[in-house]
Ligand binder design. Structure first.
Ligand code: HMG
Ligand code: MG
Length: 286
């Protein structure tokens, strides 16, 4: 049997958060339902962040209330603080994600506080999640470079990833937010993180700004990572990271992994239908 790689589909969140136009909730729901049919184990459906900061995802409650939940798929959402966590809990998410940065500049621009303040803010959230039996994923952004501070030291990534893991995150997703990584810099960063955190607790989150996200996936696979984030249709970026063009696209990631002999469990025909639907809604809303 071939080895399994889990694809964490982040398009409805990391993709749609960056679209200029407001896409109505019913279209987001249809997109997520189509992604569910493709068999993803995890779909990041939305964010419970401040609607003033990310108006594109202000309809998070409506989206979660409208989707058809497929047994076997976990529906996740970003939660930056207790307010977001409580909204997510009430909306019935299966897991939440907190997000910190390895660089101070991005932390300030994205969540309006320092790295240390963000970790402090996550503490009550992780405590509440523990008593609610809610799984929490942790993101570290800017693991290679920051749009404000420039290159990021691998040790800074190691420290933030370690802190999130110690606080109780079950998995740490390492985000190359602006797609600055190369296989060499990604390997160097992972080699700093791996002695403290096992590869099976890490995920790679590569943006494809320079078309080398798949090469970065290959480098991370060589170092033992088996979870990768991607977005249907290569949607996305980050509103607070100028230059973060698109996420690694899910279709090419599935094809690449299967060519390399890994099993993803994704129904490629159903994924193609989700991609086609996405094209129709982004065109229709333009
Ligand atoms: P702030 O302005 O410092 O917070 O924002 P605040 O507590 O002063 O709140 C300001 C207002 O927002 C208040 O409303 C709050 O009630 C409200 P007002 O009193 O002015 O009417 N508010 C909320 N409303 C709904 N839900 C909430 C919430 N929290 C506060 N959860 C805050 C701090 C963290 C809230 C803000 O900066 C924020 O929402 N940031 C989110 C930014 C974001 O979503 N960025 C994109 C995701 S990260 C990313 O894409 C990277 C990633 O993909 C990995 C990678 O690629 O590297 C994950
Ligand atoms: Mg991202």
């Amino acid at each position: 049997m071939s080895e399994h790689v889990r694809i964490y589909e982040v398009g409805p969140r990391d993709g749609l958060q960056n679209e200029n136009m407001l896409i109505p909730a019913d279209r987001k729901i249809e997109l997520i339902d189509r992604l569910s049919r493709a068999g993803f184990e995890k779909i990041e459906a939305t964010s419970f962040v401040s609607p003033k900061w990310v108006p594109q995802l202000a309809d998070a409650e409506a989206v979660l209330a409208g989707i058809k939940r497929r047994p076997g798929t976990n529906y996740a959402a970003l939660t930056p603080n207790m307010k977001g966590y409580e909204r997510a809990l009430a909306a019935g998410v299966d897991e939440v994600a907190v997000f910190a940065s390895a660089s101070e500049g991005f932390s300030q621009k994205n969540i309006n506080c320092s790295i240390a303040e963000s970790l402090k803010r996550f503490e009550p959230l992780l405590d509440a999640a523990k008593s609610d039996g809610m799984r929490v994923r942790g993101y570290v952004s800017c693991v290679i470079a920051c749009p404000y501070d420039g290159p990021v030291a691998p040790e800074a990534v190691r420290d933030v990833a370690g802190a999130l893991f110690d606080m109780g995150c079950y998995e740490i997703s390492l985000g190359d937010t602006i797609g600055a990584g190369t296989p060499e810099t990604v390997s160097t960063m992972l080699e700093a993180v791996l002695p403290g955190l096992p590869a099976d607790r890490l995920a790679g989150h590569f943006h494809d700004t320079h078309d080398n996200a798949l090469d970065n996936v290959a480098a991370a696979l060589d170092l033992g990572l088996r979870v990768f984030d991607s977005a249907v249709g290569g949607l996305g970026g980050c509103p607070y990271a100028p230059g973060a063009k698109g996420n690694l696209a899910t279709g090419p990631l599935v094809a690449f992994l299967e060519r390399a002999g890994f099993d993803t469990g994704i129904d490629r025909d159903a994924l193609a239908e989700a991609e086609q639907y996405l094209r129709s809604i982004t065109k229709a809303s333009a």
